[in-house]
Design a binder for this molecule. Structure first.
Ligand SMILES: CCCCCCCCCCCCCCCC(=O)Oc1ccc([N+](=O)[O-])cc1
Length: 269
């Protein structure tokens, strides 16, 4: 074996010239150790950690949290490089235009959640909260039609751009939780019928994202099981209900980032 012969030759040379510690033996005998991990975290507010607190001041309106799942993964796995470009409010085209800078052929891991804002997460929840059940059901129907008809193509474009820029990376796409525990312990808020409809849209969104990810050879992490029992109206919610100011509304708490998102990612990458 060429490398073993090189190691023997080097050891001999070391003896001849009187060097006793040229290199650790393991370094010479394991030249193909795994390449260092280079991690890039893309996506929207569910990935930036809006709602979790401990924001990086420098991230401004992107609201990147020190306890968002990408930071938790980086803390636990000490990648050689870590770039966190996820941003609250991001849509698919924002990822392509603003977030892919750090990706290159050395990138080994990419994670993201994306698609909820394209599908109208904010306007849908606003209709549900402010305008009653019938408006909510209408807004959810509009979101479902978008998720079925338009979002798949937008995800394809985004995933292709990621693969082009990071040809060697494992790409882990994370979905979204159901927001509500049905028949739970909610004293106020939207109607039970509206809650069920919103959950249905969350399922449609997660299933659509999972299918597109699989078709691109990406790994999909379904967070719905991890959040089960921790939805709004449960007694141990990992999601904010309506908050003031509204920016944290319907987003994971710090516990949700850890127990819902990071736990799923750590099992996959
Ligand atoms: C799409 C249909 C709505 C039905 C509900 C589905 C439930 C779960 C899906 C969650 C999708 C969340 C997408 C990401 C949310 C996001 O970035 O929120 C923002 C957070 C903050 C801002 N902002 O401007 O500060 C804007 C948006």
């Amino acid at each position: 074996m060429r490398l073993r012969r090189w190691a023997t030759t080097a050891a001999t040379a070391a003896l001849v010239i009187g060097v006793t510690a040229l290199a650790p033996a393991s370094a010479a005998q394991e030249p193909s150790a795994a390449a260092p991990t280079s991690y890039v975290a893309l996506g929207d507010s569910y990935s930036s950690g809006a709602g979790a607190g401990s924001y990086d001041d420098a991230s401004g309106d992107c609201r990147r949290s020190a306890v968002a799942y990408p930071e938790l993964w980086a803390d636990a796995n000490s990648p050689a490089s870590f770039d966190f470009t996820a941003c609250a409010g991001a849509r698919t085209d924002d990822v392509v235009e603003d977030q892919l800078g750090p990706l290159d052929a050395d990138t080994t891991l990419v994670t993201l959640s994306i698609g909820g804002n394209d599908a109208g997460f904010g306007t849908t929840m606003q209709a549900c909260v402010l305008s009653g059940t019938s408006a909510c059901l209408g807004a959810v129907a509009t979101a479902n039609a978008y998720i079925t008809d338009t979002l798949p193509g937008q995800l394809d474009t985004t995933y292709r751009a990621i693969r082009d820029r990071a040809p060697n990376a494992e790409v882990v796409v994370l979905g979204y939780p159901r927001l509500y525990q049905l028949n739970g312990t909610c004293l106020f808020g939207i109607s039970e019928e509206s809650r069920a409809a919103v959950n249905g849209a969350a399922d449609n969104l997660s299933e659509t994202i999972g299918k597109r990810a699989a078709d691109h050879g990406f790994t999909y992490g379904d967070v719905r099981p991890a959040f089960t029992g921790h939805e709004i109206c449960s007694t141990d919610s990992w999601l904010h209900s309506l908050t003031l100011p509204v920016g944290d509304s319907y987003h994971p708490t710090a516990t949700g980032q850890r127990g819902g998102y990071y736990a799923v990612l750590e099992n996959l990458a």
